[in-house]
Ligand binder design. Structure first.
Ligand SMILES: [Zn+2]
Length: 436
């Protein structure tokens, strides 16, 4: 294993071994933790206690046995009635509330104890140690002002491994961010794909001094091939993808140097993949919905929580040498839409084509099916001629081109107007399924 540190060694220490763990070690540990979590949740959390579909025999004989237990959904978290929280109220002072970002008023509320928070910081420390050397300056492009926010916890993890984390001003303009980065000259950077992509592209376009950033951790949104290529071209960066959400305790799975799936955070999470319609557990290698159970979490344990993300689990040994199972993510920005004549187009492809055009700094896409089938792309660019480059790229792409040219689909490409895009957000890809 070549990383600057290894996650396997850390998982071994978490389990209580003084050597690298084997698969048997990890699975025995996970089985023990799941049995503890199930018993703890059933006795401490009103939600799990009152579930009527709970199996009679509560302990697992093996990991696959967890399929007997009911799934938990995001709706359960939003409703939180009965509450999923598993601590007596007198301990509530030790709880930390972290609302997830969302546009609807109803939010998922997650509760972490101090020990739960500590597990997150430890994961960030050891995960980042695989891509960042001690002593290197790391720019953090996540909001980090609020205590226990993702940026704050990442900064704490980085400081612990001996790196020098600096929070970037992500609540201002893109130009401010570019200026801060040029002053800082970090060796590594962490942020959402949209933020890092826009900063890199503006830097390439504005004629200012260039920068070399060795590694980037990108998280909280899907990553397109053109995004990875843009960072490689502009900064010479190797992009490491991360998957996680507030429910997984931010961290979930992290790419290694082999870039063939993301190694799962197996000391804290047990992942399954199910068929979304039936709930049936799928074998390794089959794509479906990712379901997560927490292994050590106490504030709000999750048992078989449906993440809504799709992917498959890879059990073969990775070229990097790690034995940790991997998650290979599937499409994350909407189902392909029907564009007529029995054909379909995925937002993922359009997203990749648009950002592959070098003049594009940021953009939003709307893809509509049905009677008003069409594609609308608004781009942020320093050069209005980029509009024609984007049109050309779309109409001449080997897959999207013939579709857009042959079916009755309007293609409108314009300059983004109105207030500038917020810096920290997911990509704006809207898919509208219209009536046929
Ligand atoms: Zn690997």
């Amino acid at each position: 294993m070549n990383g600057f540190g290894t996650l396997d060694a850390w998982v071994g220490r978490t389990i209580g071994l003084d050597r690298l763990p084997t698969r048997d070690d990890i699975e025995a540990y996970q089985l023990r933790c799941l049995n503890e979590t199930i018993a703890y949740a059933r006795s401490q959390s009103p939600f799990y206690r009152q579930r009527s579909d709970w199996p009679e025999r509560g302990d697992l004989q093996d990991l696959g046995d967890i399929a007997r237990f009911p799934l938990t959904t995001p709706a359960d978290l939003v409703r939180n009635d009965p509450s999923l929280i598993a601590l007596p109220m007198r301990d509530a002072v030790r709880l930390v509330t972290i609302p997830t970002s969302g546009t609807s008023g109803r939010q998922k509320r997650l509760f972490f104890t101090e020990a739960d928070i500590e597990a997150i910081v430890a994961y960030f420390e050891h995960g980042m140690a695989t891509i960042v050397r001690p002593g290197s300056c790391v720019a953090v492009a996540f909001p980090a002002q609020r205590p226990d926010s993702v940026g704050d916890l990442l900064m704490r993890g980085l400081a612990r491994l001996g790196a020098l984390p600096v929070a970037l001003p992500v609540d201002g303009t893109l130009e401010t961010l570019v200026g801060a980065l040029r002053e800082l000259q970090p060796v590594a950077i962490a942020g959402m794909p949209v933020t890092l992509g826009a900063v890199a592209r503006l830097m390439a376009a504005d004629g200012g001094p260039s920068l070399r950033i060795e590694t980037a951790l990108v998280s909280a949104d899907s990553v397109s091939p053109s995004f990875k290529a843009a960072l490689a071209v502009v900064w010479g960066t190797e992009v490491f993808e991360h998957w996680g959400m507030t429910e997984t305790g931010y961290g979930g799975a992290l790419a290694c140097e082999a870039h063939d799936g993301l190694h799962i955070r197996e000391g804290d999470l047990y992942l399954e993949v199910i068929e979304a319609n039936t709930g049936r557990v799928l074998p390794a290698g089959h794509e479906g919905e990712v379901v997560v159970s927490t292994l050590r979490r106490r504030g709000l344990p999750l048992i078989r929580y449906r993440t809504g993300d799709s992917g498959c689990i890879v059990e073969t040994r990775c070229h990097c040498g790690s034995i940790l199972r991997r998650l290979r993510l599937g499409g994350r920005i909407g189902e392909p839409i029907a564009v007529g004549e029995g054909r379909s187009l995925s937002a993922e492809i359009v997203d990749d084509i648009v950002f592959a055009v070098p003049g594009v700094i940021d953009f939003s896409i709307q893809l509509r099916s049905g009677r008003n089938a069409g594609l609308t792309v608004d781009i942020l660019t320093a050069d209005p001629r980029t509009i024609e480059d984007v049109r050309y790229a779309l109409l001449h792409h080997p897959i999207a081109g013939p579709l857009l040219q042959s079916v009755k689909m309007s293609v409108a490409i314009g300059l983004a107007s109105g207030p500038s895009f917020p810096l920290c957000r997911k990509r704006r890809v809207t898919v509208v399924q219209g009536e046929g």
